[in-house]
Design a protein around this ligand. Sequence first.
Ligand code: GLN
Length: 480
Amino acid sequence: MMHNLTIAEQIKGLKNRDFSSLELTQHYLNRIDDSKLNAFISVTSEQAITQAKLADSILAKGNATSLTGIPYAHKDIFCTKGVKTSAGSKMLDSFISPYDATLSEKLNSQNMVMLGKTNMDEFAMGSSNENSYYGPVKNPWDTKKVPGGSSGGSAAAVASHISPFATGTDTGGSIRQPASLCGITGLKPTYGRISRYGMIAYASSLDQAGPMTRTAEDSAIILNAMAGFDTKDSTSANKLVPDYTKNLSKSLKGLKIGLPKEYFSEGLDKGVEKVVMKAINDYESMGAEIIEVSLPNSIHAIPAYYIVAPCECSSNLSRFDGVRYGYRCDDPKDLNDLYLRSRSEGFGDEVKRRIMIGAYALSAGYYDAYYLKAQKVRQLISEDFKKVFKEVDVVMGPVSPTAAFDLGSVKDPVSMYLADIYTLSVNLAGLPGMSIPAGFSDNLPVGLQLIGDHWSEELLLNTAHQFQLKTDWHHLSPVD
Ligand code: GLN
């Protein structure tokens, strides 16, 4: 079946004319139609069919790029010209973007085929996809469970083979955590590797886009298309983009893997720990050396992140005032009423909670005590990693303290924040991180986290690919 092929295989299939882009696209659109996971906010069938026909004509002429005609799902946080871009919020429910994000443009320039826009937690705030205005997404392995968040629609789409890959964004774990909970491969690159232009901002100093695929090889193929400097994003790095597919087959003999002792303490589910330790043993048998390391400041990651991210979001989301941007309430009495009701009616509870925390922490007299303090803690977290990367090549550990939990089961926000304990430090330090399928606990997928030094995506992808040559977890699927 076409939907069981990886992107690498689909590229070959299109080239050999085993199937056309139109056949592939129609096949996925039918699967999306039949899916009951609520993974998409918008399905752009007509546009997809037009793009697929165009891709087929380019393929026939022989001037295609390698990704021409490959379908994908785009997280609804990326602006797409002429297509609704909601960020999972009522605030942007009627927003049709007048321009493309740089990432959208890059994928379009390869003549890829966008199937639609995926569901997500409102403005990317959440770890379960239950904060979406469009309703929760279901985990394809067990539809009573969450898929993780905030890129839950993207993760569920890839895991259930209704899209060969999807885009995601990761501010504090939103690519890696849903990848772990849905059993796929998710890569959050180094901060600045992929342009943020046209990616609706949550916390600008942390946000980073990345690929969500089934395999590490596919992740490398897609990162090639996504990465690169952009004059429209002053935080994107003017740094050469290597061919990420080139060094996937290097041996891991002598690779030094660090296990932070803080990542294996209380709070980590025993079933998850078992899977992670087994994967690390596999690496050892592939010739890697396992070294215990310490990231002493990682215990401060949750409090530091939950100051920095709300502060930046309170600033970024101030533009949604019903005048310049976003939903406008009916019949406002006066200007104040318009601001107040537009924002009260347009934003969901979690977003409001974070705006309030951020506005409070940034207010006069509190800035030094909260934001500045959190920035100092952030520096300490970065320095911990700097020290560790003098000793080891890659850090490994769990992605999430548990496998997927029941929809509706985590009721208080602070308990939800605990789900991010192993992912936040990576964003605070601007490092690249991955989640790869490593096994199952109680029939639910568990991811292994790989963390590298800045700009070490090639090494991470190589490390992940070698594991996938030896294991089958990434090939297991909840669908036929
Ligand atoms: N779960 C984290 C949060 O709610 C991270 C979200 C993200 O990476 N976008 O902020």
